[in-house]
Design a protein around this ligand. Structure first.
Ligand code: 5AD
Ligand code: SF4
Length: 445
């Protein structure tokens, strides 16, 4: 399909971003070029998320809009869908009102190349679902990365925790661990090619295990790769984070950053969620991080309005936010999901109560965010450029080692460039700065 163009829209988590890069690589190998936008693309692919109903609805209505437009035009453009919603809705996405030309499940991304051939032969309505495999790998050479210094590397897929609210174990299947030699080989090759920022991915990275080799052993091996400057991993389940891992994070090349979702500050709710830790366990892990990893940024996820959440439970959550002094909080309103245990709990919290609690949590975290970022003002930080600022497309934007967004409104930089910047202002979640030194140019590819 040479001369054709594609456009991918990604919803959801970093695992989905990596899957989109895997899909892009296969499309480019088949002769497609990246389109400047969706309008002109010959193939549009939506990579979907089903973690909350809103994310799922946005993706399916966008799919319906594309396919409806297409039926109104010549029908030449191909519209496909991939990701968690495919595992959830399966063949329904090929029928009315969605009418996708093809649908690719979470474990079937590598089959895109073969599907492109079938599409080229005129086939439509193709469904490829997750293969049931316990040993899992992917061909990292086909991943099409935008930023030539920053890479996602998957170490496991799926999840076997069965938190009572979460759809992921049902749409991504049980946890499957990638072979350590494949992971180490990929990271070494990335480092040789000039990548300095590597983010290990898994729904629960700390549960990684291959034979006797655990996550901390994998980190030990990866830490020996000299060229790396920022080794990160997401997401960490608090029950599986061990002190050895925290101590290791104190050293180069680990970035001083962790995503450690607490979900609730109430032990009663944590029990109903089947999280496997108490608030005390969680706060102990926060204290390990504060003690051993200098300047560590701790990001968390919190859910409001879980079935049966009382005023007292919510106050417990607010208290934990104050005690843990989170650097970043992502808050979500509970959304009942198909297949999950919590969706049959009943005991729904009235919508107005949920809204009022959510507002209070946002106000508290906003205050926290500003306080946590203020000490950066006047300091110089290393920034890895990853694109343009969302507000001003002509301004450069990147990430500090703590993974904080740094906007550089007065500077022109390329994606993949490494600079030093003096911080002039601190916002709610972002810093503003000015380049003082250019450390590494963007790699030429
Ligand atoms: N409703 C609302 N938020 C959810 N999350 C996961 N499942 C749900 C749900 N059913 C949130 C959790 C998780 C983040 C990725 O999404 O906070 O950490
Ligand atoms: Fe969305 Fe979760 Fe699937 Fe990621 S794993 S795409 S967050 S449902």
């Amino acid at each position: 399909m040479s001369g054709k163009t594609y456009w991918i829209r990604t919803f959801g988590c970093q695992m989905n971003k990596l899957d989109s890069e895997l899909a892009a690589g296969q499309l480019e190998a088949a002769g497609f070029a990246r389109a400047p936008g969706d309008e002109s693309a010959d193939l549009v692919l939506l990579n979907t998320c089903s973690v909350r109903a809103k994310a799922q609805d946005r993706a399916t209505s966008m799919l319906c809009n594309y396919t409806r437009d297409e039926r109104g035009r010549s029908g030449q453009r191909l519209v496909g869908v991939m990701g968690c919603v495919v595992q959830q809705m399966k063949g329904k996405l090929l029928e009315a009102p969605c009418y996708a030309d093809f649908a690719l499940g979470t474990g079937a991304v590598s089959q895109l190349a073969e599907i492109i051939d079938r599409l080229a032969a005129g086939e439509r309505g193709i469904l490829a679902l997750q293969a049931d495999c316990s040993a899992w790998d992917y061909d990292s050479s086909i991943v099409r990365r935008q930023n030539k210094r920053s890479a996602f590397v998957a170490i496991s897929r799926g999840c076997s925790n069965f938190c009572s609210y979460c759809i992921v174990p049902y749409v991504r299947g049980p946890i499957k661990h990638r072979k350590p030699e494949c992971i180490i080989d990929e990271v070494k090759r990335l480092a040789d090619a000039g990548y300095i920022d590597v983010c290990l991915l898994g729904q629960n990275v700390n549960a990684y295990k291959h034979g006797e080799l655990k996550f901390v052993h994998l980190l030990e091996k990866l830490a020996q790769i000299d060229e790396l400057r920022r080794l990160r991993f997401i997401t960490t389940h608090p029950k599986d984070l061990c002190l050895d891992t925290v101590k290791m994070m104190a050293h180069q090349p680990f970035a001083p950053y962790i995503s450690l979702p607490i979900q609730s500050g109430s032990d009663r709710i944590l029990g109903l969620m089947n999280r496997g830790y108490t608030r005390r366990d969680y706060l102990e892990k926060v204290s390990w991080l504060r003690e051993h990893v200098e300047g560590c940024f701790i990001s968390t996820d919190i859910m409001v309005g879980f079935p049966g959440e009382s005023d007292a439970d919510f106050e417990d959550t607010l208290e934990v936010v104050r005690l843990a002094q989170f650097d970043n909080v992502y808050s979500f309103i509970y959304s009942p999901r198909p297949f999950t245990k919590a969706s049959s709990f009943g005991n729904e919290v009235p919508k107005l109560v949920v809204k009022a609690r959510f507002k209070r949590l946002l106000a508290l975290q906003r205050q926290n965010h500003v306080e946590r970022l203020r000490p950066f003002v006047g300091k110089t930080v290393e920034v890895l450029i990853d694109g343009a600022s969302k507000k001003d497309r002509s301004a450069a934007c990147g990430r500090s080692p703590q993974h904080v967004i740094v906007n550089l409104p007065q500077d022109r930089c390329e994606i993949g460039e490494l600079v030093l910047a003096e911080i002039t202002e601190a916002g709610v979640r972002t810093l503003i700065g000015k380049v003082t030194k250019r450390l590494m140019p963007a790699p030429r590819s």
